[in-house]
Design a binder for this molecule. Structure first.
Ligand code: CP
Ligand code: NVA
Length: 329
């Protein structure tokens, strides 16, 4: 059956079938090829308007949405919580209804998943999740595109090991993505970081249908035969007060050359959503080092090494977000 995603919102991969995710990845591959070939005629979003709402900071997601829109002829408005009435003087429901009258699509990045759900319920236009506390679905599309570019295996034979804060938005988004695409996924982190049982149960229910395997492990053996070692910062946006306890818990899960060797796969990909602490070139990494904490979740050697595909991955945010916009608006 032909796939048509027009008018749909992109709140979580759990709302999409494996065939629909496949369709978005194929579209992203072809839009990337089109951009690389310099084909600029027939923009797919001509005359459309998209608003980007950010209650947390961003480099990649904002720039990916902006460049994707501009490449395809759409206009963009950026709003952050300081420069809009959203939440303070105007309810979310009223804001959604107003934005739905002006715009053909709404991107939201913030804290609560319920906000993207309410924006979608009240605006009447497609809403795109640009990261919440519990999900980051556009990142997973970019990651899958990158895996397909660098790994000869089909996705359903790929093993992804997520190392570190296994209860964060990236780990949950990966659990959903792997479950949907029949992949093998290991959340490799300390047992003291508890995965939400509802998230795990939901991923396992999908895995039972697709043949995916979803595991949680604190044992180094779990990285064996990985095709992808994935990492993320140890304290997500809004959790910075947790840094001291996380450094203590997660230092054994830092991605090092030794960890890559433990996979037994010389071609294992190192992936990271970015931003990453891999050296001391950021004010945060420096400030915490002065207080006695090394917050690097990956060594500089791995980050810059031959297995790392992190900048291809970052570029692919643009191509995959473009696919989502073109398919749904
Ligand atoms: N990976 C990602 O979402 O990056 P930004 O926080 O810079 O948008
Ligand atoms: N877990 C990180 C992801 C950033 C893209 C955060 O939420 O800060």
């Amino acid at each position: 059956m032909a796939i048509n995603l027009k008018g749909r919102s992109f709140l979580t991969l759990m709302d999409f079938s494996p065939a629909e995710i496949r369709y978005l990845l194929d579209l992203a591959h072809s839009l990337k090829a089109k951009k690389k070939a310099g084909i600029l005629n027939e923009p797919l979003l001509k005359g459309k308007n998209v608003v980007l709402l950010f209650e947390k900071t961003s480099t990649r997601t904002r720039c990916a949405f902006e460049t994707a829109c501009l490449d395809e002829g759409a206009h963009v408005t950026f709003l952050d919580s300081k420069s809009s009435q959203m939440g303070k003087k105007e309810s979310l429901e009223d804001t959604a209804k107003v934005l739905g009258r002006f715009y053909d699509g709404i991107e939201y990045r913030g804290f609560d998943q319920k906000v993207v759900e309410d924006l979608a319920a009240f605006s009447g236009v497609p809403v795109f999740n640009g990261l919440t506390d519990v999900d980051h679905p556009t990142q997973i599309l970019a990651d899958m595109l990158t895996i397909e570019e660098h790994c000869a295996k089909p996705l359903n034979r790929v093993k992804v090991v997520f190392c570190g804060d296994i209860r964060n938005n990236m780990c949950y988004a990966w659990m959903y993505g792997c479950a949907k695409m029949g992949m093998t996924f290991v959340a490799y982190g300390p047992a003291s970081l508890k995965i939400d049982p509802e998230v795990l149960a939901a991923a396992n229910a999908i895995a039972a249908e697709t043949g995916a395997a979803i595991e949680v492990s604190a044992d180094r053996e779990a990285v064996k035969d990985a095709d992808v070692i994935y990492s993320d910062i140890w304290a997500s946006m809004g959790e910075e007060d947790k840094i001291p306890e996380r450094v203590k818990m997660l230092t054994p899960f830092r991605v090092t050359s030794e960890l890559l060797r433990a996979t037994g796969n010389p071609d294992v990909l190192f992936m990271h959503c970015l931003p990453s602490f891999h050296d001391f070139e950021t004010t945060m990494a420096k400030e915490w080092r002065e207080k006695g904490y090394d917050i690097r979740e990956v060594t500089d050697e791995v980050f810059r090494g031959k297995n790392s595909v992190v900048f291809d991955e970052a570029e692919n945010r643009m191509h995959t977000i473009k696919a989502v916009l073109c398919a749904m608006i």
